[in-house]
Design a protein. Structure first.
Length: 81
């Protein structure tokens, strides 16, 4: 479970009311991944929302036979006040 306060740090949830945040908090989970782990693959059905709590992740997508890569670090994924 991720606390309501931690969820509010993400821009996506920053303006959500406390009751909805409490519901989402109960459903949320944290996962740890190692370098090189694949979290999801392009084309898979979207069933989750991912937020980065620590570290960095590399996103890769292929469009028209061209690979686009974006490195995302913790500071970019969590809204800082």
């Amino acid at each position: 479970m991720i606390s309501k306060d931690m969820l509010k740090n993400f821009d996506f949830f920053s303006n959500m009311d406390k009751e909805k945040l409490a519901e989402i908090s109960k459903l949320s989970e944290t996962h740890e991944y190692n370098s090189g782990d694949i979290i999801f693959n392009q084309g898979e059905k979207a069933e989750n929302i991912y937020g980065l709590l620590d570290g960095e992740v590399e996103l890769r997508a292929v469009f028209n036979y061209k690979t686009i890569t974006k490195n995302i670090q913790y500071e970019e994924s969590v809204h800082t006040k």
